[in-house]
Design a protein around this ligand. Structure first.
Ligand code: FAD
Length: 420
């Protein structure tokens, strides 16, 4: 723990991947660096990434990588040309973290140990000379005549510095420390904040249909999503019914689009096809076969051949089939109902579960107010930004961490130039 009376050239705010990378690089460049962290430990979120296995980056090349951030991705081009995947992997190899490519080009530490990534990253920054103060929350950035003067802590204490790197993360998973402070702090210096929305977030649905199947995962479902009447998303993969609605990989991946459509006042309707390998005709034939085979058995018994256990009662209720109806009494109308239901379980999406439950935050510090070559504010001299506090968010695959590391690296290289 450093004494607050010591003087520092540069203060990095937030000891996540962006802040640690920025602070370490700045210290290597010769700056006296103080890293301030609100919680009692560094890298709390980093240590739980990738289900504690830490999906560090991805094998995609820069143009495709950038696309994963949507329109905002262009901002990253300059940073990625300075420090991208190969540089990141070389950096971690140097620290003794070997990596492995997995499905979808996702790159993980070979030992799948996210806390170790955090530990080694902090050890590196500390060895470079970064001084850390945990349990220290920054309230304001002091600015005079358009130039950074230092930071003010909760409690009113002012720490002077010639440059400040704001790397406070997003506004989700607040237990890890990222509660959105950076947006308020940046706004007070005159920066525009693009409205915050959660992404990679489970979605709530109306009625109790999802709830009646809660806990049921579907491994190979097709999910079509309609914004008003237009089909905008057509995805295959894993989906999960929950007590509030839907979750699972395909839902999380497309949640940002749904959140924005709802925000634009559109109706969002999801249709889930649980038999995507069969068209309606084929599914009907399959049901006829099963009904014939089952004869006098109950429909609910026959449905064990076609549906997961948790879905059977729901299917019969939705298709108006009574509890003890035998198969040979099923009408053509009821059969049609079953086909339609299995090919398109309809749910109305009402919103994201909560801001807090998103894995990343869309929105943040407006990118056109930041120099993409240096990460310095165009409004305040000596103020730099790095990581998720910027208006940058991508889906899963290692994109968000690479962005945090790359922007952190660029800020850490450029901020010391302000103090010469
Ligand atoms: C469960 C989960 C899993 C994820 N898995 C992956 C993955 O495998 N791959 C991937 O690419 N991305 C993943 N992400 C996203 C990724 O973790 C983030 O995008 C990344 O951590 C952002 O880094 P950051 O340094 O900008 O912010 P953060 O990691 O959020 O760090 C910000 C730090 O700033 C501190 N801070 C905040 N306010 C203040 C203040 N006022 N004063 C002092 N300190 C402050 C916080 O306490 C925190 O330590 C995951 C996210 C979650 C929630």
């Amino acid at each position: 723990m450093g004494s607050i009376q010591e003087s520092f050239d540069l203060i990095a705010v937030g000891a996540g991947p962006a802040g640690m990378m920025a602070a370490g690089q700045a210290a290597l460049a010769g700056a006296r660096v103080l890293l301030l962290e609100k919680t009692d430990a560094v890298g709390k979120k980093l240590s739980i990434t990738g289900q504690k296995r830490c999906n560090l980056t991805n094998t995609l090349q820069i143009p495709a990588f950038i696309e994963r951030f949507g329109r905002e991705g262009r901002f990253l081009r300059q940073a990625f040309h300075q420090f991208f995947r190969d540089e990141l992997l070389a950096f971690f190899t140097e620290l003794g973290v070997e990596t492995t490519v997995e499905r979808g080009g996702r790159i993980f530490p070979t030992n799948g140990d996210a806390p170790e990534v955090t530990h080694k990253l902090w050890q590196w920054a500390s060895d470079a000379g970064v001084e850390l103060r945990t349990g220290t929350r920054v309230e304001h950035i002091a600015v005079e005549k358009g130039t950074v003067q230092g930071v003010t802590l909760t409690g009113g204490e002012m720490i002077p510095a010639k440059a400040v790197i704001l790397a406070t993360g997003g506004a989700t998973y607040v237990g890890t420390g990222s509660s959105g402070d950076g947006y308020r702090i940046a706004a007070a210096t005159g920066h525009t904040i693009v409205p915050l929305r959660p992404a990679l977030v489970p979605m709530k649905t109306s009625g109790d249909l999802a709830q009646r199947m809660q806990g049921l995962p579907l491994r190979n479902a097709r999910m079509q999503v309609f914004f008003d009447q237009n089909r905008e998303i057509d995805a295959f993969g894993e989906l999960l019914f929950t007590h509030f609605g839907i979750s699972g990989p395909i839902v999380l991946t497309h949640s940002g689009e749904m959140v924005d459509a709802l925000r634009d006042g559109k109706k969002v309707r999801v249709e889930i096809d649980i038999k995507p390998a069969l068209d309606r005709g084929q599914l009907d034939k399959r049901i006829v076969r099963e009904l014939d085979k089952a004869g006098k058995q109950y429909v609910r018994t026959m449905l064990k051949q076609l549906l997961p256990h948790k879905m059977i009662a729901v299917c019969t209720q939705e298709c108006a089939i009574s509890f003890d109806q035998p198969c040979h009494q099923v009408t053509a109308e009821q059969r049609k109902h079953m086909v339609e239901w299995m090919k398109g379980i309809v749910l109305t999406v009402t919103g994201p579960l909560s801001m807090e439950s998103g894995m990343v935050t869309m929105g943040g510090i407006a990118l056109d107010e930041v120099d993409s070559r240096t990460m310095m504010s165009k409004k305040v001299k000596g103020l730099f930004f790095a990581g998720e506090v910027l208006d940058l968010a991508a889906d899963t695959g290692g994109f968000n961490l690479q962005a945090a590391f790359s922007t952190g690296w660029v800020a850490g290289i450029n901020a010391p130039l302000r103090i010469k």
